[in-house]
Write a protein that binds this ligand. Sequence first.
Ligand code: C2E
Ligand code: MG
Ligand code: MG
Ligand code: MG
Length: 285
Amino acid sequence: QAGQRGGGTIDFYSPALNHEVQERLELERELRHALVRGELLLEFQPIVDVRGQVVSAEALTRWEHPRRGRLGPDQFLPLAEQSDLILLVGRWVLQQAMQMAMEWVALSPQPPCVAINVSARQLASGTLLDDVREALAASGLPPHRLELELTESMMQRADSREALNALRAMGISVAIDDFGTGFSSLSYLKVFPVDVIKIDRSFVTEAISDPRDAVIVRAIIAMAHILGIDVVAEGVESERHQIVLRALGCNRLQGFFIGRPESPAQFCERLRLQTLNPPPGPGHG
Ligand code: C2E
Ligand code: MG
Ligand code: MG
Ligand code: MG
């Protein structure tokens, strides 16, 4: 709303909006420096198989902001995604996460894969393939221990499909993240082969409370398995979630009940403990 100020000037700017714009500009400027200053960090969240064995860990980015405290990815990645800044952040995540995944080899006879989120802009930029190759070479991580998480909308683009096929040809796993939140999910599995689907937390929550949703989730899992696709349930928050999802045929679980995102050191400790005290086999637990 334009307001009349003393002296006859008309102010077309809402002070609140102006403030917001300033904040965003400030945050973007700070994010550019955050990488150099080492303010970005990764947490890892375990993904377990039906026995409870950690088979994979998702790298989740955080920003230890000097004044605002620790920020979650939803608080700064959408901003980074609006510019090429996301490419710098994405490259850093690839390198850092793969380097850390190499440390797991010494701690576990069956070291987990590392799952890394890829943004739409990263995929569309055409540099993803090179960035991945570089990070693999620098870390020495075998490609089959890397999993890239993409969302359904990212698979729609024909040019993305080429890059994804190249990644899969290298032995890298491709996962569809937040599965069930988009449309025509099932047809994609036919057109574009993937290795893993991650059923979105909202869908998981509904499957717990609504028998009709449970039937849909069961069908998705069954179909995925027929196609040779692993299924991860996101947002497993309680024992009940775990029981229901296992009953629906889900073979991989991720969520606060299984383990919260944790520091690299905590995650290494988890692997150490698991090696000392492996989960019982499927017939015993
Ligand atoms: P996502 O890939 O779906 O990751 C799972 C999110 O759900 C994480 O939030 C995780 O902390 C949270 N979560 C896991 N288990 C539970 C649970 O049982 N209950 C609830 N309520 N939440 C759970 P986070 O770390 O805030 O990440 C949010 C999103 O930000 C991620 O969603 C991912 O899309 C994106 N993201 C995170 N790190 C990166 C990154 O390095 N690059 C890109 N491009 N995106 C990232
Ligand atoms: Mg993810
Ligand atoms: Mg997800
Ligand atoms: Mg999700």
